[in-house]
Design a protein around this ligand. Sequence first.
Ligand code: S5P
Length: 480
Amino acid sequence: MAATLLSSLRSILLQLFDSGAIKFADPGQEFTLKSGAKSPAYFNLRTLNNNAKLREEASGLMWQACQLGDNATYDCICGVPLGAICYADAISLAHDLPLVLKRPFAKQHGVSKKLVDSDLPKGSNCLVVEDVVTSGTSVIETVTALRDAGFVVTHAVTFIDREQGGKERLGTEYNVHLSSVCTGSQVLDILYQNNKISTELKDYVQQYLSANNMIVAKEPPVQAKQLNFQERALLTANPVAKKLLNIMTQKSTNLIFSADVDSLDTLLDLASIVGPHICAIKTHINTFAVENFKLDLIYKLRNVADEQNFLILEDSKFADIGNTVYKQYVDGYHICEWADFVTAHAVSGPGVIEALVKGSGNRDRACLLIAQMSSDGNLVSEAYTNGVLKIAEDHSGFVAGFICRQKLSSKPNFIHITPGVKLAAGMGTLGQQYLTPDEVIKNRQSDVVIVGSGIYQAEDPLAATIAYKEAAFAAYNDLL
Ligand code: S5P
């Protein structure tokens, strides 16, 4: 980088750091990113909006970073909404490039429901501008909308590339070349050289950025199933998924107990008995009679879970629009406070996950998406399941895996969890279809079984738990 550009970049980064737009967290105090992933580095360029001069300078650097050479240029420019529109606008004004606007959501009223509304000729080459790129998902959304509207998109530019897989994904999967003014490592170097951060912090954040590529390779070099739970934990960014994989290894159990009992008192008693043999307990908090409901009992369950090293999975099956899900998750039964992870349908789109990410705040939380169901005659189609996988991949920082009938994804970070399990296969009551632990883990290559009535209706729930645990874990070991 030329000396003048470097000095301009240095001055911008130092001002961003001093104004709190670039922040770093010590181990254990990580920030939650938009995708739900935790990170010790936080780059929020929105504060550049407060300083017109600085914004103009930053836009100038972006423009220089994405020059095509040979006097070639772009026909128009589009900023990823909302954060990067101001940079696209500054470049548009400075270089007389038509500005294309992409809406964050399709208009619900009026004549046009399009995401991109422009009367520029089809085939115009549009440069896409973003402020910070991590996994590249937001740039991809804008590229896709522009292409759907007839634009050609070959190049995108960002101020900071966090070097967490976005550039590679854009290049290999979308044929878009991403240029950047600087990378996450360069930000660290410049701040370190200017005595803003210590060597320890620089090394810690650098290590995190290098180890947490948000894009798990399309085809992992080793088949996911050949990796054991412990190895997969190392490849998993979500803290809950990581914890579950580690618990399964430490306790030799891939059994979740579905505690569909009549009262919270019974649930607590059973949890203490079966706790040593399960990796998680699954609750349906809204099945308890309202008049008997005592929230303090659920906090007692939290204590038992922590003491006995198992997680709590609240099977809420959230399915509404984001705003309602947020209220159900945060206010209804205070689920966000005591449940490590929850289930959600993806039928209403990614807003459900975004609501859960928001409701989780700084807590270590995750969700499982319902990708398939065990009930007879359910309406889940293959196309729907594929849609669920796509949403999960776009939100892999928060989605820990799937409720499913078989292995669906080869990505080692996604945990496959299967309900409808009994030692004897067959039809249950009200349309439930049961498979055996062997069928689920060995033949269908799922990772974890959920067992409810097979345990709580057994004469000896502890003996039944041990039998399910041993059957499911032996099937897992046989596969390795
Ligand atoms: O497709 C599904 C998804 C879920 S989460 N089928 C299911 O049975 N479940 C849940 O798993 C269901 O709500 C119940 O809590 C548990 C199965 O219980 P069981 O008694 O049939 O083992």
